[in-house]
Design a protein around this ligand. Structure first.
Ligand SMILES: [Ca+2]
Length: 92
């Protein structure tokens, strides 16, 4: 398997690891998104202002406003993060 294909499988597995915890197994609710941000990105979440930031991010990601973040919506977050990292790498 090529590296890009491996990366896609890793993203799928990571998404389903959190999406499968509660309710709909194919989408993230706000709690699942918060847990993913905490564990995968090492963010220290828990303060009131963090909750406001999570609420905002969740609303931004939830493009179809169905109160859950599906894989396509999750991939948009990954794409944004990849673009940011790409810019950082280019500057070095
Ligand atoms: Ca959605």
């Amino acid at each position: 398997m090529g590296e890009v294909q491996q990366a896609i499988f890793l993203l799928l597995n990571a998404f389903h690891k959190y999406a499968g915890k509660e309710g709909d197994k194919d989408s993230l609710n706000k709690g699942e998104l918060k847990e993913m941000l905490t564990k995968e990105f090492g963010l220290e979440l828990g303060k009131a202002k963090d909750q406001a930031a999570i609420d905002r991010l969740f609303k931004d990601l939830d493009a179809n406003s169905d109160n859950s973040v599906d894989f396509l919506e999750f991939i948009n977050l990954v794409a944004s993060l990849a673009m940011m990292l790409h810019e950082c790498v280019k500057k070095q």
